[in-house]
Design a protein around this ligand. Structure first.
Ligand code: GLC
Length: 543
């Protein structure tokens, strides 16, 4: 049975809870229907009160917003949609006053097609240094009319787009997101300067977007099993030529050295979708990333066997290299856990979201399980990530009309995949009006579902609200030092339980109420039933 020893007195990122802010949907300060940096600054108190250690900001950089800001046209500026560099500085200052660290998104695999590097490349000749910033290639076929290889875009369709001059450029995501050529040392220099630019502005670290995509196998050979894997990979098969190439590790080492040359514990979290976790552990060796997202845990859903094996695999893999696991249940790319657990849905199902024509989730059951899952997660030692709105128990918006949809996945697949907008809806602050306090405008960039009104932050004051459960558990987690704690399983029957320090965390996967572990009850995710732990409920008990 897996055992994990407590790690005490360690750096914050080993045990911290990090709250993801999706700027366009957090709070709007200037009444244009779009969230912005000043809106975040004004509402940071609420996040500090929640009891988290840090925030991570999704991209706010200059961008045509073709992929909600993950298409950056200037890495050293703020998009006017979100404010100015001065607004950013005020945000960091306020966050630090509130003892919140600030991590920002770094998007190194691709730029926007509007970035000056790409514009210069377009204007330059084939084979020029400007084109060498990206992957430009001649096509196959008689007149080069076929793409250079069989790679597919993650958002649907081929990963290549042809220019008027006949050459093709590579984009693993939208055609507006050309992939950078990390074989070119000039790119390394550019990014070192970008890292320093933000570190000099006193940020505490980076969440690095798609780091597993940055290296490409020499010669860009075909994906050997594209028919079965599409744009992705299959764990048991050999690595495809666009994912997890060894060449990337030296880049992360050089970034780590930069972070370490600054005072304080600055940290990098890689959005590295690398499996199995034994392989991912190589990404968090002591001189590489500090953390990577544990998507194995997220993907386990709320299935007991999958959960047990994900947790075992995590401790086995990460302990081997002395890295913390980062537990995570939500982000802006996956179906919100309330709705995922309210039906038979995977992280994105087949469609990246739940559309109006799909079987709809049972959000009441989903909320019960989601609260229990969160409590189960927050008892685990290691770092944890939360995504804005999950502390309110928000469900996925499953009924967004086509004209409101913005995710490129929707358009690139002619609506066959509804995309990720349902998890990105502006969050409700104060019940009332069309947006429940998100904006003073009549409408927000994406409409909210009706159910958001009663879930507004100002409505969640009673002890049994989801918000209060998050606050109380985060407070306990911090007081008891659970983030730095230990781990061992204590039962694997209908009730699944583990012990962290002197706390037992138990979840009832069975159908009937079950006996609680003996000890002092600290918190539950839902009321007990005559002193027993009901089905789908988690409890923390001090022993
Ligand atoms: C990451 C982001 C996602 C984005 C993609 C391309 O997965 O989380 O939102 O679309 O990278 O940048």
């Amino acid at each position: 049975m897996v055992q994990h020893e407590a790690v005490t007195g360690s750096e914050w990122w080993r045990s911290g809870v990090i709250y993801q802010i999706y700027p366009r949907s957090f709070a709007d300060s200037n009444g244009d229907g779009m969230g912005d940096l000043a809106g975040i600054t004004q509402n940071l108190d609420a996040i500090a009160e929640l009891g988290v250690d840090a925030i991570w900001l999704s991209p706010f950089y200059s961008s045509p917003q073709k992929d909600a800001g993950y298409d950056v046209s200037d890495y050293k500026n703020v998009d006017p949609l979100f404010g100015t560099l001065a607004d950013f500085d005020s945000l960091v200052e306020r966050a630090h006053e509130l003892n919140l660290r600030v991590m920002i998104d770094l998007v190194p695999n691709h730029t926007s097609d509007q970035h000056s590097w790409f514009q210069q490349a377009l204007a330059a000749a084939e084979g020029s240094p400007a084109r060498n910033y990206y992957h430009f290639k001649d096509g196959r076929g008689k007149d080069g009319e076929l793409p250079p290889n069989n790679w597919q875009s993650m958002f649907g369709g081929p990963a290549w787009t042809r220019l008027e001059d006949g050459q093709w450029y590579l984009h693993l995501f939208d055609s507006s997101q050309p992939d950078l050529n990390w074989e070119n040392p000039a790119i390394h220099k550019e990014f070192e300067s970008i890292l320093r630019f933000w570190l000099d502005r006193d940020i505490d670290g980076f969440r690095v977007d798609q780091p597993h995509a940055m290296g490409k196998a020499a010669g860009l050979p075909d994906h050997p099993y594209v028919e079965t894997a599409g744009a992705g990979f299959i764990e048991e098969e050999p690595d495809p030529p666009m994912w997890f190439q060894d060449s990337v590790h030296e880049i992360f080492r050089s970034w780590r050295r930069i972070l370490e040359s600054y005072p304080g514990d600055r940290a990098m979290c890689g959005e590295a979708y690398v499996l199995p976790l034994k392989k991912m552990a190589l990404w968090v060796r002591p001189d590489e990333f500090h953390q990577t997202f544990n998507f194995r845990f997220l993907d386990a859903g709320w299935d007991k066997a999958a959960l047990v094996s994900a947790i075992n695999e995590s401790f086995e893999a990460f302990d081997e290299v002395g890295a913390p696991s980062t537990w995570v249940l939500n982000n802006h790319d996956v179906i919100r856990h309330v709705s995922r657990f309210g039906g038979d849905f995977g992280r994105t199902t087949a469609s990246d979201g739940i559309g109006p024509d799909a079987v709809q989730p049972d959000n009441a059951l989903g909320l019960l399980k989601a609260r229990a899952a969160t409590l189960f997660m927050l008892g685990l030692p290691g770092a944890s990530y939360l995504y804005q709105g999950e502390e309110l128990g928000l469900p996925e918006h499953t009924n967004i009309s086509p004209e409101h949809r913005q995710d490129p996945t929707f358009t690139r697949t002619s609506g066959q995949r509804v995309g990720r907008d349902g998890a990105r809806v502006p969050i409700p602050w104060m019940k009332g009006g069309t947006t429940n306090g998100f904006t003073s405008a009549n409408s927000a960039w994406l409409p909210q579902p009706e159910s958001f009104a009663d879930l507004s932050r100002d409505q969640q004051t009673s002890a049994d609200s989801t918000l209060e459960m998050y606050k109380a558990s985060l407070k306990l987690r911090s007081e008891l030092g659970l983030g730095e704690g230990s781990f061992s399983w204590t039962s694997n029957d209908a009730v699944l339980s583990y012990q962290n320090k002197n706390v037992i965390v138990a979840h009832n996967f069975g159908e009937d109420s079950a006996k609680l572990p003996v000890g002092q009850l600290l918190i539950t995710s839902a009321p007990l039933n005559s002193g027993k732990l009901p089905a789908n409920v988690t409890a923390w008990v001090k022993v």
